[in-house]
Design a protein around this ligand. Structure first.
Ligand code: NAP
Ligand code: NAG
Ligand code: NAG
Length: 287
C-alpha cells in the first residue's frame, strides 16, 4: 500500500475510534463493597490498585510472595477505607498456588466481583542470551498462573456478573528489543485472553474481560531497568491503576494507557519500516 491510502485508512480508523469508543461513564459508588482479588499487590501498580479499591470502599484480597509487605499494604488499605482486607502470600511459579489464592479469596469474601491479574516475575532488560530456563519460569509466573486463576475464578465471576482484568503491556502487542522473554509472556496473554473474550461474548457470558495495554509506568522495578537507557516519559503508577479499575468497572474490552501506546501500535501496522527505525534508535546505550 502507498503512503496516501495508508494515511486515509489511518484517518478513517481515528474517526471510527472517536465515534464508537467513547468511554462509558464510571460511577465510583458502584465499587462500594465490591469483592476484589488483586495479584502482585505488594508494590508497584498492584499496590496502587489495592489503594484505589480501598478508597472506593471495596472488600479486598491481595497476594504476592512477601507476606510481611502484604500485611503493611493491607493495613494501609484499611486506613484508606476498605471494608475488609485479607492477604495470602503465594508464589505464582508454584503449580498449585494460583488456584489456592482464588479459593482463598472466594472463601474469605463469599464470592468475587473483580479479579485483577497483575503480577510479573523478575526479568532482565538485556539482549537475549539463550536462557531458556528463565523464559520457561517467566512463562509460568506471567502466563500460566493467569490462565489457571482465570479458569478457577470464572464460575464465581459468572454468578456475580463480574469483571476479569488482565494487566498487559505494549510489549504484548509490539516487539521491543531487550525484553524477549517478558514480551513472549505478554503476547501469550493477549492471544489467550483475546480468544477468551470472543468465546465469552459468543456464549453471552456474564463475565467481561478487560486487557490493559500499558506503556512505561514509573514503578521502582521498571525505572531501575530503563532509567538512562530509554527516553520515554514514565506515567504515574497511581494513574495507571485508576485507569485499569475504570476499564474493568465499565466492562470495556481494552485499555491503552498512556495514549501513545495505541499510536505506536497503529504506526507499526501502517508504516513498519519507519516504526522499526525508531524502535531500534530509541536507546541511549545497549543494555
Ligand atoms: N511498570 C511498567 O513500566 C509497566 C509497563 C507495562 C506493563 N506493566 C505491567 O504492569 C504490571 C505490574 O507491573 P509493576 O511495574 O507494578 O511490577 P512490580 O512493581 O515489579 O511488581 C510486581 C509484583 O509481582 C509480585 N511477584 C513477583 N514475582 C512473583 C511470584 N513469583 N509470585 C507471586 N507474585 C510475584 C511482586 O511481589 P513479591 O516480590 O512480594 O512477590 C510485586 O507485588 C505487570 O503486569 C507489568 O507487566 C508495567
Ligand atoms: C508448591 O507449594 C506446595 C505447598 O504450598 C509445595 O508442597 C510444593 O512442593 C510446591 N511446588 C513447587 C513446584 O515448588
Ligand atoms: C448471570 O447473572 C445473573 C445475575 O446477574 C444470574 O442470575 C445468572 O444465574 C448468571 N448466569 C450464570 C450462568 O451464572
Amino acid at each position: 500500500m502507498g503512503i496516501l491510502p495508508k494515511l486515509i485508512l489511518a484517518s478513517i480508523c481515528a474517526a471510527f475510534l472517536a465515534v464508537f469508543c467513547t468511554t462509558p461513564s464510571f460511577h465510583a459508588e458502584t465499587l462500594r463493597g465490591v469483592r476484589v482479588l488483586v495479584t502482585g499487590a505488594s508494590k508497584g501498580i498492584g499496590e496502587q490498585l489495592a489503594y484505589h479499591y480501598a478508597r472506593f470502599g471495596a472488600q479486598i484480597v491481595i497476594t504476592a510472595r512477601r507476606g510481611e509487605v502484604l500485611r503493611q499494604v493491607a493495613d494501609n488499605c484499611l486506613s484508606m477505607g476498605a471494608q475488609r482486607v485479607f492477604y495470602l502470600a503465594a508464589d505464582m511459579s508454584n503449580e498449585s498456588d494460583p488456584e489456592k489464592v482464588v479459593d482463598f479469596a472466594v472463601e474469605k469474601l463469599g464470592g468475587l466481583d473483580h479479579v485483577v491479574l497483575n503480577h510479573i516475575g523478575a526479568s532482565r532488560f538485556a539482549m537475549w542470551d539463550g536462557d531458556v530456563e528463565h523464559t520457561r519460569l517467566l512463562m509460568k509466573v506471567n502466563f500460566f498462573s493467569y490462565v489457571q486463576m482465570a479458569w478457577r475464578a470464572l464460575p464465581s465471576l459468572e454468578q456475580n456478573k463480574g469483571s476479569l482484568i488482565v494487566v498487559s503491556s505494549l510489549a504484548g502487542k509490539l516487539s521491543n528489543p531487550f525484553v524477549a522473554p517478558y514480551a513472549s509472556t505478554k503476547f501469550a496473554l493477549t492471544g489467550f485472553f483475546g480468544a477468551l473474550q470472543h468465546e465469552l461474548a459468543i456464549k453471552k457470558s456474564n463475565v467481561s474481560i478487560s486487557i490493559c495495554t500499558l506503556g512505561l509506568i514509573d514503578t521502582e522495578s521498571a525505572m531501575k531497568k530503563v532509567r538512562d537507557v530509554v527516553n520515554l516519559p514514565a506515567y504515574p503508577a497511581a494513574d495507571a491503576a485508576l485507569n485499569i479499575i475504570i476499564t474493568g468497572t465499565t466492562r470495556q474490552t481494552d485499555l491503552f494507557y498512556p495514549w501513545y501506546t495505541s499510536v505506536m501500535i497503529l504506526c507499526k501496522d501502517l508504516f513498519p519500516s519507519i516504526s522499526d527505525y525508531f524502535i531500534q534508535n530509541a536507546y541511549n546505550t545497549i543494555p
